[in-house]
Design a protein around this ligand. Structure first.
Ligand SMILES: Nc1nc2c(ncn2[C@@H]2O[C@H](COP(=O)(O)OP(=O)(O)OP(=O)(O)O)[C@@H](O)[C@H]2O)c(=O)[nH]1
Length: 504
């Protein structure tokens, strides 16, 4: 579950960097308290009260409809109770970390954008978590807020080189690639490292490392939704910050499709909720974003683009589905065609051979009788000679159709060759096979075939049958069964045709 370890020389650089972001004493003590198994409300309130700015914020947060509590209180102790211990700690951490880190003037230069992105990510993360029930909301807020903190770390450790890398990268993936190439680390790794140094709860560095380097991480299943929210939150923040709303929205939509995707309505709701929460967050975190009109304009545009993108996706998906089922249907049709004799529509010899060995094995295994019958048209040559080959074809097709109409679902008719058919009768003993063949023979005898305009003829057939797994009739070999049925047919022909004989 641990990320690939940071290179020791990089860790050393980070550890001994004098400009590294530091936490205030109160923030550090809150972090320490967060790790204790038993936390006392009074102790926590006492600690928060040491920082007057933090106290005001916690009271304000407790009264904030944004955080889902609409009760009024002016008292820190009550505020902590209203928020609950866990939320108070997490919110205090969010406030103190932002404050401590923002206070460092040398690092503030050019980092307004960074902090805006952090806060927007925090809001989006919290909202995503609310929509997909991915964990405690304040923890999501904190994780969203801090997941890019590694940028601050790298900016502090490499003050000369890092701004150029930031400039040279057009997006988040690009920045990570640049960092790995030039600094042998990335801001995900650096962020996770400093969070562990500060002693933040493990799930926060873990989520940070996992979203920046998913291949190197084996994260517990229970954190997957949490991590997905943190990962997506930065893309949602970019929708508000990037000048090209369209491409930022497309990136957010693609990032969403990579994880346990949320539906478009949920993403639209998240965008709206983030926009609604901005004024409150601006106040709580003392930061200005953009005008309400600007925010609403961006949100409307992004929501529209999201809807359009999803509609396109749905359209592509249903088109792909339609094509796939068409292909499947065609494949089935082609396969069926490849098994059939084109003239008679009966199965062909190749498929019959395949089926015969399968059925023979199954009959042997289940000890069930299997009968095989050969059916051969009588004096068929005369039909060809007298009425022509085409007329012969008509008769062959008519006979096949007539035989098929007399069969059950499991029976299997194939054209064995020329004017000879073969019939496979699973679960049928010889006596029954004889009766079936007799019925077919009698039916064919009465069938009329049109061989020329207004000229009908009748034809007869002879049949011979043999059985496998029928009392004492157990052929060990398939060839014996075929030979026995063939001999019976020969006998039927010799005995005068238009009759059925069975192998003894
Ligand atoms: N029209 C047509 N005739 C075929 C086809 N396949 C085989 N035949 C003909 O079937 C006839 C079979 O003749 P024979 O083997 O002498 O058998 P028969 O005339 O039926 O006589 P018995 O089987 O002894 O009753 C030949 O004339 C073949 O040309 C086909 O696909 N279409």
């Amino acid at each position: 579950m641990e990320a690939e370890l940071m290179k020791p020389e990089i860790e050393e650089l980070l550890r001994f960097c004098p400009r590294l972001p530091t936490l205030s004493g109160v923030a550090l003590r809150i972090v320490k308290m967060a790790r204790e198994p038993e936390i006392d409300i009074d102790q926590l309130a006492a600690l928060i009260s040491k920082d007057p700015a933090l106290t005001v914020k916690i009271i304000r947060a407790a009264n904030s409809p944004l955080l889902g509590r609409a009760q009024r209180t002016r008292n820190l102790q009550q505020a902590v109770m209203l928020l609950g211990l866990n939320s108070t700690i997490t919110l205090s951490l969010s406030f103190s970390l932002t404050n401590s880190l923002k206070r460092n003037e040398s690092q503030r230069q050019g980092l307004e954008h960074f902090w805006r992105r952090c806060l927007l990510s925090a809001l989006a993360c919290r909202e995503l978590g609310r929509q997909c029930k991915a964990g405690a909301l304040e923890e999501l807020f904190l994780a969203g807020l801090l997941h890019e903190i590694g940028v601050l770390v790298l900016a502090s450790v490499f003050p000369e080189r890092y701004p150029a890398l930031l400039d040279a990268s057009s997006n988040h993936e690009g920045l990570i690639a640049q960092e790995r190439e030039h600094l042998a680390t990335d801001h995900g790794e650096a962020g996770a490292w400093i969070m562990r140094e500060w002693g933040l709860p493990d799930y926060i560095p873990l989520a940070t490392a996992a979203i920046h380097n998913p291949q190197a991480m084996d994260t517990p299943e229970s954190l997957h939704a949490f991590i997905a929210c943190v990962g997506l939150s930065g893309y949602i923040a970019d929708i508000y910050l990037e000048t090209d709303t369209e491409s930022a929205t497309a990136s957010a939509a693609s990032a969403n499709e990579c994880g346990p995707a949320l539906d478009r309505a949920v993403l639209s709701t998240v965008l709206l909720q983030v926009a609604n929460s901005l004024p409150e967050i601006e106040e709580l975190f003392e930061m200005s974003f953009m005008s309400c009109e600007q925010v609403n304009g961006i949100t409307d545009e992004a929501r529209e683009l999201l809807v359009m993108r999803y509609l396109q996706l749905l359209q592509h998906a249903s088109e792909a589905d339609r094509k796939a089922s068409e292909l499947e249907r065609t494949a089935v049709q082609l396969q069926e065609m490849a098994r059939r004799d084109p003239l008679t529509g009966a199965y062909n010899r190749r498929y019959f051979d395949e089926m015969l060995s399968q059925r023979f094995e199954a009959a042997t295994r289940h000890q069930q009788p299997l009968s095989l019958g050969f059916l051969d048209l009588d004096h068929f040559k005369m039909v060809n000679d007298r009425y022509g080959h085409q007329a012969g074809d008509v008769v062959l097709a008519g006979v096949a159709k007539a035989i098929s109409s007399r069969l059950r679902g499991d029976d299997f008719l194939a054209r064995y060759g020329g004017e000879e058919f073969v019939l496979l009768l699973p679960n049928t003993n010889l006596e029954l096979a004889q009766r079936i063949l007799e019925r077919i023979r009698a039916h064919i005898e009465t069938e009329e075939h049109t061989v020329a305009p207004e000229h009908m003829i009748r034809i007869t057939l002879s049949a011979g049958a043999a059985a496998h797994m029928d009392g004492s009739r157990i052929s060990n070999k398939l060839d014996d069964l075929i030979r026995a049925a063939d001999r019976a047919l020969y006998l039927a022909k010799r005995q005068g045709r238009n009759r059925v004989e069975v192998a003894e």
